[in-house]
Design a protein around this ligand. Structure first.
Ligand code: G3P
Length: 217
């Protein structure tokens, strides 16, 4: 069970990593475009926060051959890069070739069970269903993830699930309960995960009562 941050914003990553809960970061062209820095600089800065972070970086080339070449370059950007490939015939062909070459891959933009099955058969290490985008259309993101998990379990395949496009803490909880290996989320949702009003109230009470305890440690 791993929490990743779905952002390339280094300050947000550094702050969250300090909690010890974060083991990876996911990016995509939209996320990188928000930072206004070249991709190489972006990924180098994220890796500098914690060299142990798994970093997902998306390949965008139009053909399988170009995706493969691009993936080799992306894999050199940091110690633990996983290359994201599109859920297309070219992306699947690249996943097959790259997995044989020992490059780690995620097939991204997965919205259906048959897509997940195809990506697993192509040798992807991870598949990334975009749960929130399905929920936005009332199309059952959690139900999809449950069916993917059930199918992978029934077929005893090791392909892991990174649930992406997260809209709420409830979604995070439900997706881990459904068996997702990773949930990647915006920083704001990560911080909300840690909060509970009873924790706040309990701390205030402890602080008050502690002041009445005589002596020092
Ligand atoms: O990791 C995928 C994610 O960035 C997509 O999120 O909010 O654009 O659906 P969203």
């Amino acid at each position: 069970m791993e929490i990743y941050l779905d952002t390339a914003h280094v300050a947000d990553i550094a702050k969250a990593v300090k909690t010890g809960c974060i083991s990876g970061v996911t990016t995509n062209p939209t996320i990188v475009s928000r930072e206004g820095t070249p991709l190489r600089q972006c990924i180098t800065a994220i890796a500098a926060v914690d060299p142990a972070l798994t970093i997902l970086v998306e390949a965008v080339s139009p053909t399988a051959k170009e995706l493969i070449d691009e993936a080799h370059r992306l894999a050199e950007l940091a110690a633990h890069v996983v290359v994201k490939l599109p859920m297309t015939p070219h992306g699947l062909a690249a996943a097959r070739s790259l997995s044989r070459a020992g490059i780690r891959t995620t097939v991204t933009l997965v919205f259906g069970l048959t897509q997940a099955i195809a990506a697993s058969c192509a040798g992807a290490e991870y598949i990334a269903p975009f749960v929130g985008r399905l929920d936005d259309m009332n199309m059952g993101g959690l139900a999809l993830v449950r069916s993917i998990k059930e199918t992978f379990r029934a077929q005893a395949v090791g392909t892991k699930i990174i649930a992406a496009s997260i809209r709420s803490c409830q979604a995070v909880a439900d997706l881990f309960t459904a068996g997702c290996d990773v949930v990647t989320m915006p920083a704001a949702i990560f911080w909300k995960m840690l909060e509970h009003p009873l924790t706040e109230a309990g701390l205030l009470q402890f602080e008050k009562d502690w002041k009445t305890v005589p002596g020092t440690l």
